[in-house]
Design a protein around this ligand. Structure first.
Ligand code: 13P
Length: 311
């Protein structure tokens, strides 16, 4: 199976989110930041374990560390060939440099996020539209071979290249949502409803009334950023209210490094096989993705996703 776009991956979830179904039927697709190539494989293996769709997210830090957009895109294509039963897409996360985003589209990313949320409304619209027009028309996979996510409002927190002080955060204004989506032509909207990037100092206070209001304004996929540390019941409520993509980054890094630390602690000093040292990290990631797939009600949804694409 080729790499899918995020729009394809989430079409089934979005349909359930925007029609009058039993909220228990709704689900969100898990989107996970990776830092290394083995983690990309570990994430897809976790989705395979649960017959779930999944989204692989490259942050700007991961691209710098791994080496290039092309290396990541070619790796993702190789993973798609090796795991044809897993519907997944490759997403560029929180990018701000217009040229880099276009380069990612041409390299073969199947979703890109333009994050102009720090800019004023008109600049955010102009940049998001420019990327949507480009991505929909210049993917190596053809017309609409790459979809686009943009952000309205601004989450607080720190992670990789993202630094927003608590005082600088801004909730998504529901009265701007319809216009933003229509004028930009984006496929998914990241919303600021009370979560933050990185670890929380206190439990987040999610504004569910705001989510309800936003969901009424548009039929595009809604994206929850800052998934690390969100209480399980809050996730369930967001999913039931129509969130289609949930991003988790920091927590996954911790899962990985905790497992590697434990391996180093328990193995004898004479052990030098890197697979025994970092292998448990990849395994831990696989288990975490499987568990999050259950939590997001996404387990077992791969066939429904494929049906919605190849009907
Ligand atoms: P966390 O690191 O808080 O899980 O957020 C991840 C994220 O939203 C990436 O876009």
């Amino acid at each position: 199976m080729p790499l899918l776009t995020m729009k394809q991956i989430m079409a089934d979830s979005v349909k359930l989110a925007t029609t009058d179904v039993d909220p228990k039927e709704r689900y969100a697709v898990g989107a996970f930041n990776f830092s290394t190539i083995p983690e990309m494989v570990g994430i897809v293996e976790g989705a395979r374990e649960k017959n779930a769709p999944v989204i692989l997210m490259a942050s700007l830090g991961a691209i710098k560390y791994i080496g290039s957009l092309e290396l990541i895109a070619e790796t993702a294509k190789g993973i798609a060939k090796t795991y044809p039963e897993v519907p997944f897409c490759l997403h560029l996360d929180h990018a701000t440099d217009m040229e880099q985003i276009k380069q990612a589209v041409v390299a073969g990313f199947t979703n890109v996020m333009i994050d102009a949320s720090k800019e004023d409304f008109e600049i955010n619209i102009a940049r998001s539209k420019e990327i949507a027009d480009f991505a929909h028309n210049h993917s190596p996979y053809g017309i609409n071979g790459c979809s686009v996510e943009a952000e309205l409002g601004m989450l607080a927190g720190h992670e990789d290249n993202i630094h927003v002080e608590e005082s600088g955060k801004a909730y998504t204004d529901p009265s701007l949502v319809k216009e933003f989506v229509e004028r930009t032509g984006i496929d998914a909207l990241a919303v600021a409803i009370g979560t933050a990037h990185g670890f929380y100092k206190a439990a987040p206070e999610i504004k569910f009334d705001l989510l309800e209001e936003i969901r009424k304004q548009t039929d595009v996929a809604l994206v929850l950023h800052g998934g690390t540390g969100v209480p399980e019941d809050d996730f369930r409520k967001c999913v039931a209210m129509g969130m289609s993509k949930i991003n988790v980054g920091t927590g996954l890094k911790k899962v990985y490094t905790d497992a590697v630390r434990e391996a180093i602690k328990t193995l004898p000093e004479t052990e030098y096989d890197p697979r025994k040292i970092v292998g448990p990290g990849r395994k831990a990631i696989t288990a975490e993705i499987a568990s999050k797939s259950d939590l997001f009600n996404c387990s077992g949804k791969a066939p429904a996703v494929l049906r919605s694409i190849y009907k």
